[in-house]
Design a protein around this ligand. Structure first.
Ligand code: PEP
Ligand code: MG
Length: 309
């Protein structure tokens, strides 16, 4: 992986007017790193750490986690790597974190809520991440899933800093965090929007249920308006606001997201080339104009049509 990182050409994502938009990869383990680098990822915008432990029956040790995180960070020397702490629950249950039966697991003890209820597991993970950072040259960012408000952000940021991390942030996937974006960005170093869950919770449409899949559309103006609240708050605070949900992989929507104030995009590495090509066709002013048309639309389909001319 070191060799791949050293030799693959990395072209910066940018708009037609030169505005840069880093294009990063979503990964689940070090196995995904060489492919991401080969496909032009400028770093990792979402490392889903729970994928490493989906089958585990007991919590992973600090040592085994340090190795797993070091392997990923080593593939991106000098690059940004955004690691998400364990997102347990709902569609990604971990038996050592989610033991109670819940009628509505998507609305239950998941993400940061589950970690907070088992704080030693969170402490071990943050400790392992700090050790991996110390052993490598990547620029580590650490974020927590399902953060709802400033109090949860403060909890996570202060624990991360106590355990030696420099850049600690929040995922925005619960609508409340968008409504409270100004408060959250006072304490978070950065925010990354998870549009898969943000859409699910905004539209009250289970992301795994085929019968409501039409409602699970990140082009919906309700979702886009929440993204704009986060983008505006990020630019006021001078802090990065990325997107790491599937929406970032849709080239037309990627342009709109940038027009809403999103500063980086992370996606499956296979989507990077098409998104990069589309961004190069618009200036920031054009992206903002498309975003404005999408925000004014009254449905996801109408937003898609209004923004794709
Ligand atoms: C999201 O919710 O958009 C996200 C990136 O996280 P996941 O898909 O892993 O829930
Ligand atoms: Mg999510």
């Amino acid at each position: 992986t070191r060799l791949a990182a050293a030799t693959a050409p990395i072209t910066e994502g940018a708009l037609a007017d030169g505005t840069t938009v880093p294009l990063m990869a979503n990964v689940g383990s070090a196995k995904d790193a060489p492919g991401a680098v080969a496909l032009g990822a400028e770093g990792v915008g979402l490392f889903r750490t729970e994928f490493l432990f989906l089958g585990a029956t007991s919590a992973p040790t600090v040592e085994e986690q340090t190795k797993a995180y070091t392997d990923v960070l080593q593939a991106f020397p000098g690059k940004k790597v955004v690691v998400r702490v364990l997102d347990a629950g709902a569609d990604k249950p971990l038996s050592f974190l989610n033991d109670a039966h819940e009628e509505n697991p998507a609305l239950g003890l998941r993400g940061i809520r589950a970690l907070r209820a088992s704080e030693q597991i969170l402490r071990d993970q943050l400790t392992a991440l700090a050790a991996a950072q110390a052993a490598t040259e990547a620029e580590l960012y650490v974020m927590a899933p399902m953060i709802a408000d400033r109090e949860e952000t403060e909890y996570f940021v202060s624990l991360g800093k106590e355990l030696g991390l420099e850049r600690v942030g929040a995922m925005a996937e619960v609508p409340s965090i968008a409504v409270l974006a100004d408060q959250v960005l006072e304490v978070a170093d950065f925010v990354s929007i998870g549009t898969n869950d943000l859409t699910q919770y905004t539209m009250a449409a289970d992301r795994q249920l085929g019968s409501v899949s039409a409602m699970q559309d990140p082009w919906h103006p309700a979702v886009l308006r929440l993204v704009k609240m986060l983008g505006d708050a990020g630019s006021s605070a001078g802090k990065p606001v990325g997107v790491c949900g599937e929406a970032a992989a849709d080239p037309g929507l990627a342009v709109v997201l940038v027009g809403l104030g999103v500063t980086s995009l992370s996606m499956s590495a296979s989507a990077i080339a098409d998104v990069r090509a589309e961004l190069l066709t618009v200036t920031l002013d054009e992206a903002k104009a498309r975003a404005a048309r999408a925000l004014a639309a009254t449905s996801a389909a109408a937003a898609r049509q209004a923004a794709t001319v």
